[in-house]
Design a binder for this molecule. Structure first.
Ligand code: ADP
Length: 510
């Protein structure tokens, strides 16, 4: 295993390197004028820090390449085996290929999470959450996993836990799920306990298991990316990013995570965080507005530019029924010609057009049509990709693919200032309910999975959504209809319908 620095260790180095590079440039500019011994030693320190950060990055990249290579080799090897054996043993080979692909998908997801943290792009939300319900949902989400392994999952909380605390529910949930899922994974007998404490606004979460335990010499290194422990648990180790992400998230939230463990005697991971209490109970959220069915005022023209015909069709299918005049183009040339012809109010432009840059096209459109034309860039890469809105005045805003339709509609309303017409007394999506009510016995667990699906829909995490839908299906035959409808929505990539199903299922108990 290549020794990899932990992510929180890496962060200050990278930031320092960025600061140093800036400082270095300033120093060099003034170097002709001064350059005393103090400045020389500062420069030397700066250079060493930059080199150390570079080395850390290089080692990290070497680990990533190493992690990618093994599953890729398996896929490559087994695919050749199928070719050569002409289908003999194809099923077992396909299983290895699928598992390797899953491993790679987990890896990519973990790396994306890490790049968010590393790039400083992770913004914490601060919401007043219902603390006891939050904990119940968490346990409900993992109960099935524990049951399948025949171990008990226990929530221990003191009486008098505050009803509301301030937290980023998504990130806090991610941290606790990582720890609880590991505890379940590395325990074969006994139980996993989530013990919650709260005193003077300091929350303590102990995740205690009776599993295989961790040797003292391994306890520190498991928080570094890609570190997994050899020995009895090696066969069930995952991609090895869970704890690195957990530790980075906890530190961003201003807390700490520790482990106490001994081989064969179970483990206790402890997270300590300040979770303040709101001064007054939060006001109940406003009811969901009805689904958008159109808009007021003159007819608006929208030009879609994307080289993916599926995407063009999808967005057109959303906007035309609302009364927009939509034109589509799959390359820059057609896009520019159509823009000149129809003078659209709004352009939705993909960042990565085949062989062309969406950013260059946006700049050209801006030059020709002026500031009155609103330009929204769409990309699967994230705003940190080259020429983001902050750096490029050519576009007005940026939306990440895949997006929730309601998010796109919000952006459109903001950009071209339209007032939506909404269906009265209807849920936001037209596709709600339509499945039998869930019996009380499983409604709670289904609601927890649905809450997670809603969260995953917002970030477009399709693979994880599939896992949640499968978990709903596993709740029993009464949940099959809901799971099937969710699968159908996911297959047609109708995330809006999926979110709507998830929302209604949370209140749809028998
Ligand atoms: P992954 O679980 O994907 O392998 P993590 O970063 O979550 O990666 O964990 C790293 C390693 O730490 C695991 O592979 C395992 O060896 C060890 N580990 C984590 N949690 C536990 C636990 N509760 N009991 C025993 N070992 C654990």
């Amino acid at each position: 295993m290549i020794a990899t620095p932990s992510l929180p260790d890496l962060l200050p180095q990278i930031y320092r390197q960025q600061a140093v590079t800036g400082g270095l440039r300033t120093w060099l500019r003034g170097a002709g004028e001064s350059g005393g011994p103090d400045e020389l030693s500062q420069l030397r320190a700066a250079k060493e820090a930059a080199e150390a950060a570079n080395e850390a990055k290089t080692r990290f990249l070497a680990s990533v390449s190493h992690e990618i290579r093994s599953p890729l080799n398996a896929i490559y090897g087994y695919a050749q085996l199928i070719e050569r054996n002409q289908g003999k043993d194809a099923v077992s080979a396909a299983r290895v290929i699928r598992r390797s692909a899953e491993h790679l998908a987990h890896l990519v997801e973990g790396l994306l999470d890490m790049s968010l943290v590393e790039g400083g792009a992770l913004k914490l939300d601060r919401e007043a959450i219902r603390f006891p319900e939050f904990l119940d949902q968490l346990i409900a989400m993992l109960e099935l996993q524990a049951q399948t392994k025949g171990i008990a999952l226990v929530l221990e909380r003191p009486p008098g836990l505050p009803e509301f605390v301030h937290a980023d529910p998504k990130r806090l949930r991610q941290v606790l799920i990582n720890l609880l899922a590991n505890a379940i994974k590395f325990t074969d007998q006994g139980q996993v306990t989530l013990r919650v404490g709260y005193r003077n606004e300091l929350a303590t979460f102990d995740v205690i298991d009776t599993g295989i335990g961790i040797a003292p010499e391994d306890a520190a290194r498991i928080f570094a990316p890609f570190e997994r422990v050899a020995g009895p648990g090696a066969d069930r180790a995952g991609v090895g990013l869970g704890l690195a992400i957990t530790q980075a998230l906890v530190q961003i939230m201003g807390g700490e995570v520790r482990v106490e463990s001994a081989l064969g005697e179970g483990s206790r991971f402890t997270v300590r965080l300040m979770l303040s209490q709101p001064h007054a109970p939060p006001i109940a959220p406003a009811p969901e507005p009805g689904a958008v069915t159109g808009y007021l005022g003159r007819e608006r023209w929208v030009l879609l530019i994307d080289d993916d015909p599926v995407h063009l069709g999808m967005v057109r299918g959303l906007l035309e029924p609302l009364g927009f005049q939509v034109r589509t183009a799959s390359d820059s040339e057609t896009g520019l010609a159509l823009a000149a012809q129809v003078q659209p109010d709004l352009v939705l432009c993909d960042v990565a057009l085949a062989g062309e840059s969406g950013w260059d096209l946006a700049a050209l459109l801006r030059r020709r049509h002026g500031a009155g034309l609103r330009i929204v860039m769409l990309s699967g890469e994230g705003p940190q990709s080259a020429g983001s809105p902050q750096e490029s005045p050519a576009n007005d805003t940026f939306v990440m693919k895949p997006f929730d339709f309601t998010v796109l509609l919000d952006v459109i309303a903001e950009q071209i200032d339209v007032d939506w017409v909404r269906a009265v007394g209807q849920p936001r999506s037209t596709d709600a309910a339509g499945f039998p009510p869930l019996p009380q016995a499983i409604a709670g667990r289904a609601a927890a999975h649905c809450a997670e699906i809603e969260r995953l829909v917002r970030i477009g995490h399709v693979r994880a959504i599939e896992v949640e839908i499968d978990a709903i299906a596993a709740l029993g035959p009464e949940a099959m209809s809901l799971a099937e409808r969710m699968h159908a929505a996911l297959d047609s990539f109708d995330l809006k319908a999926l979110a709507s199903l998830a929302r209604s299922a949370q209140t749809h108990a028998a």
